[in-house]
Write a protein that binds this ligand. Sequence first.
Ligand SMILES: NCC(=O)N[C@@H](Cc1c[nH]cn1)C(=O)O
Ligand SMILES: [Zn+2]
Ligand SMILES: [Zn+2]
Length: 481
Amino acid sequence: MSYEKLPLEPLFQKIDELKPQFIERLERAVAIPSVSGDETLRPQVVKMGEFLITELTALGFTDIQRKELGTQPPPVADANLQLPPVILGRFGTSPEKKTVLVYGHYDVQPAAKEDGWATEPFTLVHDQAKDILYGRGSTDDKGPVLGWLNVIQAHNELGWELPVNLVVCFEGMEESGSLGLDELIEREAKEYFAKVDQVTISDNYWLGTSKPVLTYGLRGCNYYQIIVNGPGADLHSGVFGGTIAEPMTDLIKVMSTLVNSDGLIQIEGIKEMIAPLTDKENALYDEIDFSVDEFNAAAGSETCLHTTKQDLLKHRWRFPSLSLHGIEGAFSGTGAKTVIPAKVIGKFSIRTVPNIESAKLDQLVFQHVEAEFAKLKSPNTLKVELIHDGNYWVSNPFNDSFTAASKATQDVWGIVPDFTREGGSIPITLSFEQKLGVDVLLLPMGRGDDGAHSINEKLDVPNYINGCKTLGGYLHYYAKA
Ligand SMILES: NCC(=O)N[C@@H](Cc1c[nH]cn1)C(=O)O
Ligand SMILES: [Zn+2]
Ligand SMILES: [Zn+2]
């Protein structure tokens, strides 16, 4: 695509100059273990929200609001647990300018050194030789969230006006289902968000490691737990083994019926809900720049279930998947503890795609789990429940914001980005689109091998810095569109 370039070089140079400060800002953010899924760390999530308020204030944002969302709905151990606030702020209110809402999340996935991290997860480590920043949240999503703030700082220092009005909406529960955010968007659609023309989210990744992408589709995610209750307390397997029904045995049997080793979901009725793949859609997969070898390298193994890029991408973006995540209450330490756990809670999730209906999916899951448990004729009790759900999203990428992002990407990276979908989920995307009635653009900063949710999560410094340039350049091109 040929286009008229904007004179953005001073902005890009200023961003380069500010690199040490931007890394330091990310260092301070990563140091706050804002894990939304761990109830004991909720004060840290709140602290991270306060950190953002301080930064936004110093940069000159106005109308900064800390929106409380009430208590966390069940299932939750502490019935009085407060949800972390949503942080809102504005930069500019000119009626002549377009208004872009940027959404991001300040919570992170759990992380512990014992999981196999080479460095402390909540200490940002700059590997100078590789020019990589390691730390939980570096790519998901603290780096991209701070990227927007860095863009403002660069404009301030240049004495440049921002070409659009910016509204920020940062939440602290994305990794735990974005609880309470839907209702907030509904409430604020005609209030705080009244003038929004476009929503941009930087919270996903390039497909590979070298080519930037713009993303127009996400899978949804329904997360479940199965609780099996047995004896009144954990027991000695030498004293009670062979004499009582063990909850763990029941749970493993039930969980093993959910998905087979080829990754195919075994729950009746789900595949019938998947939208048929059209010939036109099928052909799109041939065009995508993607390497199965690079994918295996990012996974750190040769365990991929698919051999062609087309099959792999369809199973990542276009078909549902079911993952078994863990068992709460099970013995998981080192050594050889001879315990019979009294109560175990199995966790699994299903990534959803068009046209899987969330409520119908829940029904199918519950029916399947209960029927499989009934077959065991166990005296134990079982309960299956949804912990949280979030919608899939697919949009038409041929609009002003994708065009603007493509131009900015070409300015910064010298390459035309691919338009891709994503296997992960950002639960709130569809709500922004529907409740505000505007287009949503996903403009990722990090690479496909960043290890989000995994050990040794990282963000390459070139991605952080060029990512800031891309976010900034995008605002300028979008303003002119
Ligand atoms: N960067 C987006 C992301 O990681 N999203 C999470 C959202 C989620 C859904 N349920 C739990 N977390 C993801 O796992 O895709
Ligand atoms: Zn994220
Ligand atoms: Zn995440």
